[in-house]
Write a protein that binds this ligand. Sequence first.
Ligand SMILES: Cc1ncc(COP(=O)(O)O)c(C=O)c1O
Length: 397
Amino acid sequence: MFLSPNVTKIEPSITLEIDARAKAMKAKGIDVISLSVGEPDFNTPRHICDAAIQAINDGFTHYTPATGIPELKKAVCDKFRRDNGLEYKPTQISINCGAKHSVFLAIYCLTCPGEEVIIPAPYWVSYPEMAKIAGGTPVIIEGSPETDLKVTADQVKNAITPKTKLIILNSPSNPTGMAYTEEELRALAEVIVDAGIYVISDEIYEKLVYDNVKHVSIGSFDKEIFNRTITINGVSKAYAMTGWRIGYTAGPEEIIKAMGTLQSQETSNPNSIAQKASIAALNGPEDSIAAMKEEYVKRREYIVNRLNAIDNVKCIKPEGAFYAFPDVSALYGKKYKGKVINGSFAFCEYMLESKNIAIVPGIGFGADNFVRISYATSMKNIETAMDRFESGVQALE
Ligand SMILES: Cc1ncc(COP(=O)(O)O)c(C=O)c1O
């Protein structure tokens, strides 16, 4: 069958390939530990579930306005004002079916065919493919280890051409866990405003920052950058609500309106029950987040120390999210049973097949020297997985 280039131009997700293999091994009864998932291992807090049950009992089970119910938009406006110093009106808010959907809609509505989308690497796997779906050209710029895998304002400036439409920032980052400082963001904002491009700021890991790291929203500095920023967030990561599928976007009315038109023809509206649950999440107490963070901090400490104690493995300490992103490139060229480990995919394949741990190749994030290890799993799993990882590295010749 001849399929449309709309889809054949898109790369399948490398992370899903590893995940599918891990699941197939598990189905055969093999004791695989998965450190590949990007979702909290905690339950959605009780008060949020109760709000959803209440919505069902109240019969709130029908279509809603395409871009979400007014009550949730108000809760989102309040959240942006309270947490981020961002003053949005409800007409500048769109509720979407998960932040992934928000990112897609924003990229699709902004990018004209042939326009360039600047994407700092390491990047979240979906950004370049979404830019391609929109007919845009991803322009990848690489964060270096010297700048904690973040890009500098100069790098962005040098990547801008007359065809550049936007840049996608993700802080704290999946996969690196690193967060841009206020100073770095101010320098980036200056370049963005000077060039007259847009920025999509994906802030989905905002609540998961550790130590004294402060999350800063790039749109909060002044009117000029505010008018060029599309801020995206959601309830998945902060409130352990990945399955509820609610994300939200804030930005200039014209863009939000276009996103609403697209969404109305595409999905009608986000789930009505999940919208009610998200109101309870955004307006409710945050002690569950504090408890989750406490657990993530312990796991991060453990995993980073274990990784850095292994010869030829280097891991920067992530400031947020729930991923460690070690550099394993010093092991490339080594062999196991005659098979050469020639990159991150071969390394992860080896760890899965020989050591029964599923981790994600950095190549999927545009960084082949690295692998991504999620610590959104129990300490017991992490301990066993790290033992296996260490013995796996030591077995390479
Ligand atoms: C950087 C980043 N943005 C967006 C998302 C999407 O989140 P959601 O579950 O709300 O679609 C993810 C999920 O993995 C992510 O890592």
